[in-house]
Design a binder for this molecule. Structure first.
Ligand SMILES: [Zn+2]
Length: 41
């Protein structure tokens, strides 16, 4: 099983089907929005 984790707040965003145990990092919606706000600041 794979897990998608927010690299900013370490919150688990979602699980997905995978033969191996895999961890991928991304941004959750909340942190993505915060990044977007920073870019515009
Ligand atoms: Zn986050």
């Amino acid at each position: 099983m794979g897990t998608l984790v927010c690299r900013n707040c370490n919150k688990i965003i979602e699980h997905f089907e995978d033969e191996k145990v895999t961890v991928l990092y991304s941004n959750c919606k909340k942190c993505h929005n915060e990044d977007h706000v920073k870019e515009n600041a």
